[in-house]
Design a protein around this ligand. Structure first.
Ligand SMILES: NC(=O)c1ccc[n+]([C@@H]2O[C@H](COP(=O)([O-])OP(=O)(O)OC[C@H]3O[C@@H](n4cnc5c(N)ncnc54)[C@H](O)[C@@H]3O)[C@@H](O)[C@H]2O)c1
Length: 388
C-alpha cells in the first residue's frame, strides 16, 4: 500500500461536504497514518552509536527502552544521547517494561535468533542486525512465527536502499549490460578488536562482512541456485580489548561462488585479514568493490556497497566510461531500522525484504557446508525479484 493510494481511497470514501472540513479530516488522517513508532534497543555496544543517532533524526521514531546484559552500557547510551529511555538488563524485563512497537536486535550475532523469537512471541515487530538467526531453519521458523503472531521481522543489511543499488538494478533491468555473465564483490578489513563473538562459532567474516556483498549481488542478479565455497582460518588467535588473546573458531577468510539463473556466476571474497585503511570507516574508499559484467557493458561500484560513492558504467566501444549516481541521496548504512520504523508508521511495504535476508542466511550456511565437505550445495530459498 502506498500513501497516494491510501489517500485516494480515503477521498473516494469520504462524503464530507465542505472543503474546510475535508482538509482538516485529511490532516487528521495523515497524523493517524504517521504514527510515532516506539523503539526498544537490545544490545548497546559499538553499532548502537550509529543506530541511535540515525533514529533520533526521524520524527517518526521515539526510543523508549534500552537493554543490555551489561546494564551500564544501556545507561551510558541513555545519558550520552540524552534519550530519556528506561533501561533494562534482560529481555524479559524489557518486555515487561515500557510498551513499544519495534525491537532492534544489536547484540552479539549468536544471540539474535533466540532474542528475536522471544520478541516476536511477545507480539513485537523486530529489526535484527545480521544475521537474523544462526541457521536458515531457525530464520525460516522466525518468519513463520512472525506471521502466526501477526507481526513482522526484517534483517540488516540495508544495502538495497542505496541510490547506487537502485541505479545498478535499473541499468541491468533495462538491458544496458546485455547478457549478464559474471560479477564480483569484496569486503574485508583487519577484524574487530572490541568483541570476541566475531571469532567464536557462528561468528565469522561471512555473517559480518560477506553478508553485504551477498545481499547486493543476489539483489542485482537474482536468487542463487547453488553455492560453492572455500573458507579458512588464517589467524588462529586474536587480541580482544579488555579480554586478551582468544582462539579463532570461525572462518576469517572466505571465497564464495554463487550460481544464479541463466548461467550467471558471481564471486564474493571477504575476510578479517584484509589490509585496508578504509575497511571500517569507508568515507574515502575508492575501491571498485562490486563489478558486474555483461556482453554489452560492465558496471563498477566505487566504495563499498554499504557506503557507496558512485557507479562507473562502461557500455560503449567509442565513448569513455561514465560516472553515475554520485549523489547518495542521504543514504546511510545504518538507516535500515529507521526505514522500517517509517514503513510501520506509514503502513507501507519497504524494499528490504525478509525473504531476501533469509536467502543470504541460507547462502552463508551453504558456504560453510560446501567448504567443509567439498560440495556444491543447492539452495531452496528465494525472494521477489527484481527488487527495483
Ligand atoms: N560495530 C559495527 O560497526 C557494526 C556495523 C554493522 C553491523 N554490526 C552488527 O551489529 C551487531 C552488534 O555488533 P557490535 O559491534 O555493536 O557488538 P558489541 O559487542 O559492541 O555490542 C553488543 C552488545 O550486545 C550486548 N549483549 C549481548 N548479549 C545480550 C543479551 N542477551 N541481551 C542484551 N544485551 C546483550 C553486549 O553486552 C554488548 O554490549 C552484530 O551483529 C554486528 O555484526 C556492527
Amino acid at each position: 500500500m502506498n500513501d497516494a493510494l491510501t489517500r485516494a481511497a480515503f477521498l473516494q470514501k469520504t462524503s464530507l461536504a465542505s472543503a474546510a472540513l475535508l482538509l482538516s479530516s485529511l490532516e487528521l488522517f495523515a497524523a493517524a497514518e504517521e504514527k510515532i513508532i516506539k523503539v526498544a534497543i537490545i544490545g548497546c555496544g559499538s553499532v548502537s552509536n550509529r543506530y541511535i543517532v540515525h533514529l533520533q533524526s526521524s520524527p517518526l521514531v521515539k526510543i523508549v527502552s534500552l537493554c543490555d546484559i551489561k546494564i551500564e552500557r544501556a545507561e551510558a547510551q541513555n545519558k550520552k544521547y540524552n534519550i530519556g529511555a528506561n533501561t533494562y538488563n534482560h529481555i524479559d524485563a524489557l518486555l515487561k517494561g515500557n510498551a513499544f512497537d519495534l525491537m532492534l536486535t544489536l547484540t552479539d550475532m549468536q544471540m539474535h535468533g533466540a532474542l528475536n523469537k522471544i520478541a516476536l512471541g511477545a507480539g513485537k515487530n523486530v529489526w535484527s542486525e545480521k544475521p537474523l538467526a544462526n541457521t536458515y531453519a531457525e530464520g525460516k521458523a522466525l518468519v513463520d512465527y512472525a506471521k502466526l503472531k501477526g507481526v513482522r521481522i526484517w534483517g540488516a543489511p540495508a544495502v538495497v536502499t542505496s541510490p547506487q543499488f537502485e541505479f545498478m538494478s535499473k541499468t541491468i533491468q533495462q538491458g544496458k549490460l546485455g547478457k549478464l555473465a559474471s560479477a564480483h564483490g569484496q569486503y574485508g578489513h583487519t577484524g574487530p578488536t572490541w568483541s570476541s563473538f566475531f571469532y567464536e562459532p557462528l561468528g565469522g567474516s561471512m555473517p559480518d562482512l560477506g553478508v553485504y556483498n551477498m545481499a547486493t549481488l543476489t539483489g542485482l542478479l537474482g536468487p542463487a541456485k547453488s553455492v560453492m565455497a572455500m573458507t579458512s582460518i588464517v589467524n588462529k588467535e586474536r587480541e580482544i580489548d579488555e579480554k586478551g588473546i582468544v582462539q579463532v573458531k570461525e572462518e576469517d577468510n572466505a571465497h564464495i561462488l554463487l550460481e544464479h539463473d541463466n548461467g550467471v556466476i558471481s564471486h564474493i571474497m571477504c575476510g578479517f585479514n584484509y589490509f585496508d585503511p578504509f575497511g571500517h570507516e569507508a568515507k574515502n574508499q575508492t575501491l571498485h568493490s562490486i563489478q558486474i559484467f555483461g556482453d554489452k557493458g560492465n558496471m563498477r561500484l566505487i566504495g563499498y556497497d554499504w557506503e557507496p560513492k558512485s557507479v562507473i558504467l562502461d557500455n560503449s566501444w567509442t565513448e569513455p566510461p561514465q560516472i553515475h549516481q554520485t549523489d547518495d541521496g542521504g543514504y546511510q548504512w545504518q538507516e535500515g531500522a529507521t526505514r522500517i520504523a517509517g514503513a510501520l508508521s506509514k503502513n507501507i511495504e519497504p524494499r528490504i525484504n525478509v525473504l531476501h535476508s533469509l536467502h543470504v542466511l541460507e547462502i552463508i550456511e551453504a558456504a560453510r557446508k560446501s567448504s567443509k565437505e567439498g560440495l556444491k550445495v543447492k539452495l531452496v530459498s528465494s525472494f521477489p525479484f527484481p527488487m527495483v
